[in-house]
Structures are given as structure tokens and as C-alpha cells.
Write a protein that binds this ligand. Structure first.
Ligand code: GLU
Length: 509
């Protein structure tokens, strides 16, 4: 087999959906697995759908995911440029080849004429009217006009399009690695526009020309492109080129399996459908991203890999290198894959557990920085050590540990009502004195001291521990009380006890 060359070819029409990231990932894995090349090509020929910032978003998303490409926009390569709008001049030549060999034709129909055709056909009972073998003979094109008239129109600058001539009565076969043989009768295809008089090719022409020129061996893309595949097969044949192998990936479905996963499902069910946060440049609407929601890229990739593929074993945790090893396109299923937001969290929790305290603390330090708090690395590491088991998403790092960096501003009323008694201040002061006298302030030692104090004074364990927790964190959450005390240190612990007495004492009277 020639060197494997695959590409991810997104159109910069908005943020990249996670389904798109999965397409990029499978292409990447396939290329790496076979020692081939993976390309990023930006398909921006439809200027009306161009969205500023979308291309940068795509590139940044791939970077965050660790999906590196060998050739493409931003990195260059032997087939530069990789942005279709910069390859504009190149496509006309191939449209002309098709015209000259009778496989395509000029059409001059105005939007009104096209609309009239559709109305006419509907009136005749045709459910899906289209420009095809059945209708092209009634339209204004180089098949119905004389050669001279066609020339005249072209020379006078009249707007035109170039349409493919779909053969009549032929079964067109697409060989798909995932779906096997897909056959479509040519009567179901329309004479798609390949080129417009604004000098721009349409997606179909640009896509196959570039796949050919860039020596793409396998086209791995979403199922939504399967209906276009017969047309692409025909174009390859018309141009005398060998078609690449196709693999159309299954759809990503809503968590309940009813239909395609959309941005609205994410909003409704509270999970991102985009890798990174996206601010729409027109409406300023913000959509959440996996990165900003606190997912690790390793977890995101592992989760995505399983949406359509499985290794055929029980193993669920795969690093990128392991995925490269295990991946095979033959193990990608045909049927849609249900997105499971809980599983995404499960993967993240796993990868967070795998991080060392020190590595996890770099994420905590980033969060603290954003809040204008500077923290000592070893202190942050210790905080991670005692709070980490409660961390599923990175922002939980802060939710579970903020009280190590800033004192509580208020005290949970319900907890106060339950545990704050008239005798509490005196007891807390006694305990503070005992803690103050402690030479060893490790969590173990603090635990022993507090327990002995409870025992000696015949107090309730829950009563004292909960009150202590309340004064230290402001509520009834967080890791073990002794661990909190040890990490806060003697001075801060005593200060918080005194502060709580000052603020809550009036309340209890
Ligand atoms: N530009 C198409 C897209 O936006 C690419 C489809 C293909 O991979 O052929 O998805």
C-alpha cells in the first residue's frame, strides 16, 4: 500500500462540534497507526458561511487535544496552500476538463427560473424536484442552448454555474470500509453545481480536486457526507482519477439516542458539545467548552475515542499512544453512538486521580492566579493531596479547597442553628488553648489531641467536629477536620476560631 495520507477538512463556519473532533481524532489515529500522514485542510470556499475566528478555533482545539498534523494550515507542507480560498485559481481547470469531456455543462437559470421549475414539478406530483436528467432538458443551459448562444452568454458576462452531468439509469457504488457496498441509483442524484461564476468552486469539486492533488488515500468523515459520496465517486471517474477509500463514521447521538447530538442538547442537559469555549462573533452568545469546564484533554480524547470505536476488550483507559496501537477503522461501528455525559465525567475523574499531587496543583495554581491569589507550590500540592478525591472537574479543585486560601465570609445558617450552642464559645476557646500548646501539629497529632479533648470533657464527637468544621470552612463540607487544621496551621486555625466566636456569639444569645 502507498503511504497512508488522510485529512481533516473542516469548514470554518462556527465552532468545531465534538463530532468533528472525533473525525479529526480517528484520522489522526489511522495515520499514526499506519505510519502515514495527517493533514489539516480548511474548506472555506463558501464565503457566505465564513465565520471569523472559526479557523483559529479549529486549530486551537486540535492543539489542546494533542492531535498534531503533519501538513496543513499553520504548518505548511508539500501541497501548500492548505486553505481552499487560497487555491481558488486551481479548480477552474478541472471544471473545464469536465466541460470539455461532456461530463459537465454551463447553466444560466436565474433563481426565479429554478423556483418555477420546482413549482412545475411539484404540480406534476414530483415530491423532491431537482435539476437532473428529467428536468435539465427544460432549463437554460449549454445542453439546451446552441453553442453560439452559450458562447455569447458566457462572453457577455452573464452569471452561470457549471453543473455535473449525472448519468442516466446507472447504479453508482461506493465502497465504504465501515458500511460495505453502498449503492445509489443515479436517478436519485441531481446535477450538482461544481463551480460558480464568482470564480469559486463548490465544496464537491474543491473537495475531490484537493483530495486527489494532496494524494489522500482514505477519506474518513462523518456520516452526513455519505449522501455526497456517490457524486464524489462519479467525479473521480469523470476526471480519470483513482478514488480514495471511504469510511463514513457513525453519528453522535443525543444521550437518549433520539437524533443527532446538537448544541441545544448540551445547553439543555448541562454539558458542552464543543471542545473549547466559543463566543459567537455575531450574537456574542457564549457556548461552553470541555477545556473551560475543567476536563483534561487526555480524558476528553479517551471519551471521544469510544464514541463509535471499541477495542473489542474490556479495557477502557487508553492514552493517545495506546489508542494509536489499538485503533482500527474496521472496529468502528455503523450505528450511531449515544453520547453519555456521565461517562465523560467518569473518564475525567479517572485521569485526575492519575495525576500526582504536584501536577494537579499546577491546575489549582492556575485557578488561583485567575482569582488573583498567589500560592506556594508545596502548599497547593498539600491542598490537592487532601481534597483530590472529591475532584471530578478541575473547578472542583477550587470548590473543594477555597477555604485554604481565603477565610469564610459567612457561616451556613442551618449548620449554625444545629451546632452553635451557648456554651460553644467557651468550649472552642478551651480547645484552642489545647491546640495552641501542641508541639506536633501534624494531622495525626491534631486528630489525637481533638479526640482526647472530646473524651476528657465528655463531649459528643459529631457536635465538636461539626462545630470545628463550621468555624474553619463556614459550612459542612471539605476533607477531614484534622487535615484541615493541620494544613491551615496553628495561627490561622486559632484566628478562625476566634473570628467565628466574634461573629456568631451574638447569634446564639
Ligand atoms: N468541509 C467538509 C466539512 O465541513 C468536509 C467533508 C469531508 O471531509 O469531505 O465537514
Amino acid at each position: 500500500m502507498n503511504e497512508v495520507r488522510v485529512r481533516f477538512a473542516p469548514s470554518p463556519t462556527g465552532p468545531l462540534h465534538i463530532g468533528g473532533v472525533r473525525t479529526a481524532l480517528y484520522n489522526y489515529l489511522f495515520a499514526r497507526k499506519h505510519g502515514g500522514k495527517f493533514l489539516l485542510r480548511i474548506e472555506d470556499t463558501d464565503q457566505t458561511r465564513y465565520v471569523p475566528g472559526a479557523e483559529d478555533y479549529i486549530i486551537e482545539s486540535l492543539k489542546w487535544c494533542g492531535i498534531a498534523y503533519d501538513e496543513g494550515v499553520g504548518v505548511g507542507g508539500p501541497h501548500s496552500p492548505y486553505r481552499q480560498s487560497e487555491r481558488k485559481e486551481l479548480y477552474r481547470e478541472f471544471a473545464d476538463v469536465l466541460i470539455n469531456t461532456g461530463k459537465a455543462y454551463y447553466a444560466f437559470d436565474t433563481p426565479e427560473e429554478l423556483e418555477a421549475m420546482r413549482e412545475r414539478l411539484k404540480a406534476r406530483g414530483v415530491a423532491t424536484p431537482q435539476y437532473d436528467a428529467f428536468t435539465r432538458g427544460e432549463m437554460v443551459n449549454s445542453l439546451t442552448l446552441s453553442k453560439e448562444e452559450t458562447e455569447k452568454r458566457l462572453n457577455s458576462g452573464e452569471p452561470f454555474v457549471i453543473r455535473i452531468l449525472i448519468p442516466e439509469n446507472e447504479e453508482i457504488q461506493v465502497d465504504d470500509i465501515i458500511r460495505g457496498e453502498v449503492k445509489v441509483h443515479s436517478s436519485r442524484l441531481d446535477d450538482k453545481v461544481l463551480f460558480k461564476s464568482d470564480g469559486m468552486p463548490t465544496y464537491h469539486l474543491a473537495n475531490i480536486v484537493d483530495d486527489h492533488l494532496m494524494e489522500i488515500t482514505h477519506v474518513i468523515r462523518g456520516e452526513e457526507w455519505l449522501p455526497s459520496a456517490p457524486l464524489h465517486v462519479l467525479l473521480y471517474r469523470y476526471l480519470g482519477w483513482e478514488a480514495p477509500q471511504f469510511a463514513h463514521l457513525p453519528l453522535l447521538l443525543k444521550p437518549d439516542g433520539n437524533g443527532k447530538l446538537s448544541k441545544r442538547d448540551g445547553d439543555r442537559l448541562g454539558f458542552p458539545v464543543f471542545p473549547l469555549r466559543w463566543t459567537d462573533p455575531f450574537s456574542n452568545e457564549v457556548s461552553s467548552g470541555y477545556r473551560e469546564s475543567g476536563y483534561l484533554p487526555e480524558a476528553f480524547i479517551n471519551m471521544l475515542a469510544f464514541l463509535g470505536w471499541n477495542p473489542g476488550t474490556e479495557q477502557e483507559i487508553f492514552s493517545m499512544e495506546q489508542l494509536v496501537d489499538a485503533f482500527s477503522i474496521e472496529r468502528v461501528g455503523k450505528s450511531g453512538s449515544k453520547f453519555d455525559p456521565e461517562k465523560a465525567k467518569w473518564f475525567n475523574h479517572h485521569y485526575i486521580k492519575e495525576l500526582t499531587d504536584e501536577n494537579l496543583s499546577t491546575h489549582l495554581i492556575d485557578i488561583l492566579k485567575e482569582k488573583g491569589i498567589s500560592a506556594d507550590k508545596s502548599y497547593a500540592s498539600e491542598v490537592c493531596r487532601i481534597t483530590r478525591e472529591r475532584v471530578v472537574l478541575l473547578p472542583d479543585l477550587w470548590n473543594q479547597s477555597w477555604f485554604f486560601f481565603t477565610e469564610p465570609e459567612s457561616y451556613d445558617e442551618k449548620v449554625v442553628q444545629k451546632f452553635w450552642k451557648p456554651e460553644t464559645p467557651a468550649l472552642l476557646r478551651q480547645l484552642a488553648a489545647v491546640l495552641d500548646a501542641a508541639a506536633d501539629f501534624s494531622a495525626e497529632s491534631v486528630e489525637t489531641i481533638v479526640k482526647a479533648f472530646i473524651h476528657d470533657n465528655e463531649l459528643g464527637m459529631g457536635q465538636v467536629m461539626n462545630t470545628l468544621r463550621l468555624v474553619l470552612v463556614g459550612g459542612s463540607f471539605g476533607p477531614g477536620v484534622a487535615a484541615i487544621i493541620a494544613l491551615l496551621g496553628k495561627t490561622e486555625t486559632l484566628r478562625r476560631i476566634e473570628k467565628a466566636i466574634q461573629s456568631l456569639d451574638n447569634l446564639a444569645i
